[in-house]
Design a protein around this ligand. Structure first.
Ligand code: OGA
Ligand code: MN
Length: 291
């Protein structure tokens, strides 16, 4: 079976038309799906009716499911698929200025997931469970396409250097109160190469995020200005795909080569996505970006 695809943008991303993700196993169709992931950096599949168990089974094909709350669970408590959602336990939605909503707003800063963890993410598999009536798109930006077209003068400033990342940095950009919460201080700063090489096809991408705060060899202000310039270049319209969600849409992207962000929606409406990140392995280039 050949997977039928159409491009999401001229630069990156494909929609896969003739595939139910529930049918994918390690031997059946996963090699084809993984090849598209390496080549195009982002995959969209619509009309996927996946249970949480099927979501986990799919994620496991990519590698080890990330578990940021392992230390918070009591013995015997099972892993639960993380939700990116403003729907609270009683069914109401969280208030616009609640810390919970503010944390969702930090997702609206361009980032790659988990660059603040000792092992960052290879992919995020995001499924729409409740879509708002308007807004709430998730946007992707290709740092592979952007890096390939970046003027040499800017490339020179970052090539060969490392970037430091911390979870609380992105939170502080939205709210100092939010940034103080212990959950954003569980991990020490991480330090990754700024330019990452895909081990399958040798294509380079810039590895940056809202969590980044310092660049080797520059003082704080110079580093921050450079990170801003790089982010601005990479997130120009020609490198961006914006996805308006419908329930049961699935987006899968390569965190090594793609930035993402959420966008605002009417905060009195529910919006729910389920999200599974898969951790980078050495085969995916983890050891290559360590400094
Ligand atoms: C995420 C994320 C953005 C959104 O799930 O990691 O950043 O659109 N989501 O909610
Ligand atoms: Mn994210």
């Amino acid at each position: 079976m050949t997977l039928e695809t159409t491009p999401l943008t001229p630069q990156f991303g494909v929609e896969v038309h003739n595939l139910q993700l529930a049918d994918v196993t390690a031997d059946h169709l996963f090699p084809e799906l993984r090849a598209l992931f390496e080549e195009h950096s982002a995959l969209l599949l619509r009309g996927q009716d996946l249970s949480n168990e099927q979501h986990m089974a799919l994620a496991t094909l990519f590698g080890t499911i990330e578990d940021r709350k392992a230390d918070e669970r009591k013995k015997g408590e099972a892993f639960e698929v993380p939700e990116v959602s403003n729907v609270q336990a009683d069914g109401s939605v969280s208030g616009e200025m609640d810390l919970h909503t503010l944390n969702l707003k930090t997702n609206m800063l361009w980032h790659s997931d988990s660059t603040f963890l000792p092992v960052p993410a290879l992919t995020n598999i995001l499924i729409s469970r409740i879509a708002p009536s308007s807004g709430g798109a998730t946007e992707l930006a290709s740092t592979r396409a952007a890096w390939a077209e970046m003027p040499e003068a800017l490339r020179e400033k970052i090539r060969g250097r490392g970037i430091s990342h911390h979870y609380a940095v992105s939170r502080a950009k939205i709210s100092e109160d939010l940034a103080k919460l212990p959950m954003f201080h569980k991990w020490p700063a991480q330090h990754w190469k700024a330019v990452l090489t895909n081990p399958v096809n040798g294509k380079e991408s810039l590895y940056i995020a809202s969590h980044a705060y310092a660049v080797d060899g520059y003082d704080e202000a110079e580093g921050a200005a450079l990170l801003d310039d790089l982010m601005t270049f990479c997130t120009q319209d020609r490198y961006v795909y914006s996805h308006d969600w419908h329930e049961n849409d699935v987006l899968i992207w390569d965190q090594r080569a793609v930035l993402h962000r959420g966008t605002p929606w009417p905060y009195d409406e529910p919006r729910k996505l389920t999200s599974l990140c898969v951790s980078l392995s050495d085969d995916d280039g983890l050891s290559e970006i360590r400094l």
